[in-house]
Design a protein around this ligand. Structure first.
Ligand code: ATP
Ligand code: MG
Ligand code: MG
Length: 415
């Protein structure tokens, strides 16, 4: 990818924007860019420098992302809306062409790394609540004030805030979120190849989320979850490369598979509530360590069909009107609203799953389900908005136990 039209090769110490930014080390990469820790000589702070590939389509995508990030920054002068801040942007010409560069505030590890750090045991509910508040503030801002749909919410795209003074080298000072392990290879955030492998491995484990048609192993590590005491669970939403304005949508197929809403699979049209669906999937994953839905292709059925089946096993049968209402409905459902190729579903409601598989205490499970299940309504217009969620009593409850949910439930069982 380091050729004409591709990534720009960076050496430590390289200057950007006429010497304002000095590259320090690589933070991560994606399909579109590499991201570098850089020192901003104007502000004397560390920043994240996202250097886009140079080919036309990548430049186009970067211009769009800059456009979105500019409206985000304009509407939030005090930088309090839990969304990553664009500090600057410029063009940089190198041997592979002209690269658009975005200078972003420097953030910490992603929620995926947090889940992994905690050995997939689930983050304690009090901490999950803190994370929820941040993400909901971000979503309320994007949706209600700006009319923006993120369309790719997932644990990788929510980054923890650095707790280290931004004028000190975050890595030399003991890392920005000092708790989290580094992935192999020493990259702070891993990048998408790492994430992709991770996703594959996680998907394997996560099938057991629901008592599914394919009996499979849970595969949680036998080691106990780690203590996350004293870690400030504030976070921000990042990666606006796929974001769109609700009145200017480009793509029909949006969202990363596991976080994709049913109306996207069915092509029934979508709006802000697709982000609320993904949000619910993320919250479940934080609390249990497993993906809520990890569909797979099987013998005689597609990944989409498996996905719809998993949704119905957990949430109940999809109302016929919704099932048959999308442009792709006929590919999956008969006219009665039953799946054509997956005939037997094993229903297991969310609260039962939380108690049986994840050993939640009954009260925790019931309260958690009351928060989560309205977000997973098959009817998109019935899902609560981010603002309505922010007013939900669950966010202000306090679980007494500092242990992970899984373990807390276990110890109660023993008693
Ligand atoms: P994708 O293929 O996911 O669209 P992309 O090329 O658009 O990727 P990003 O996802 O924005 O790039 O960033 C790549 C990686 O760099 C992220 O996964 C994250 O680990 C890291 N990163 C991005 N922004 C920041 C930031 N502000 N602070 C710290 N690290 C960041
Ligand atoms: Mg990304
Ligand atoms: Mg992107």
């Amino acid at each position: 990818s380091y050729r004409k039209g591709g990534y720009h090769a960076v050496r430590i110490g390289d200057p950007f924007a006429s010497g304002r930014y000095i590259a320090q080390r690589k933070l991560g990469w994606g399909q579109f860019s590499t991201v570098w820790l850089a020192y901003d000589t104007h502000s004397a702070k560390y920043v994240a420098l996202k250097i886009q590939k140079s080919a036309q389509q990548f430049a186009q995508a970067a211009l769009h992302e800059i456009d979105v990030l500019c409206s985000i920054a304009d509407g939030d002068p005090s930088n309090s809306k839990c969304v990553v801040r664009l500090i600057d942007h410029f063009k940089h010409t190198g041997p592979n062409g002209q690269h658009l560069c975005m200078v972003l505030e420097f953030l910490g590890d992603s929620l995926l790394q947090l889940i992994r750090f905690n050995r997939y045991k689930g983050i304690e509910l009090n901490k999950v609540r803190e994370i929820c508040k941040c993400v909901l503030i971000a979503l309320d801002y994007l949706h209600r004030e700006l009319g923006i749909i993120h369309t790719d919410l997932k644990p990788e795209n929510i980054l923890l805030l650095s707790t280290i003074d931004p004028s000190r080298d975050p890595i030399k000072s003991g890392l920005l979120t000092p708790i989290l392990e580094r992935p192999e290879g020493g990259n702070l955030n891993g990048g998408s190849a790492y994430i992709e492998n991770k996703m594959k491995r996680r998907a394997k484990r996560a099938v057991a989320t629901i008592s599914s048609r394919r009996d499979s192993m849970g595969g949680q590590s036998s080691k106990p979850p780690r203590c996350l005491d004293g870690i400030d669970m504030r976070c921000k939403v990042v990666d606006f490369g796929n974001a769109c304005w609700a009145d200017k949508r480009f793509a029909e197929e949006i969202q990363t598979r596991q976080y994709r809403a049913p109306e996207v699979i069915l092509l029934s049209g979508y709006t802000f509530s697709v982000d609320m669906w993904s949000f619910a999937c993320i919250v479940f994953e934080l609390a249990t360590g497993d993906m809520m839905f990890a569909p797979k292709t099987g013998e005689g059925f597609s990944e989409d069909e498996d996905h719809l089946a998993l949704m119905m096993e957990l949430l109940g049968k999809m109302p016929r009107k919704i099932a048959v209402g999308g442009a792709r409905s006929k590919d999956f459902f008969d006219r009665h609203g039953d799946l054509k190729r997956i005939r037997r579903l094993k229903y297991l409601p969310l609260d039962r799953l939380l108690v049986n598989k994840y050993k939640f205490a009954e009260t925790d499970a019931r309260e958690f389900m009351e928060f989560l299940s309205p977000l997973l309504d098959f009817a998109p217009e019935k899902r609560p908005t981010a603002l309505q969620c922010l007013q939900h009593p669950w966010l202000n409850l306090r679980s007494s136990d500092g242990q992970s949910n899984v373990d807390a439930g276990m110890s109660k069982l023993k008693i």
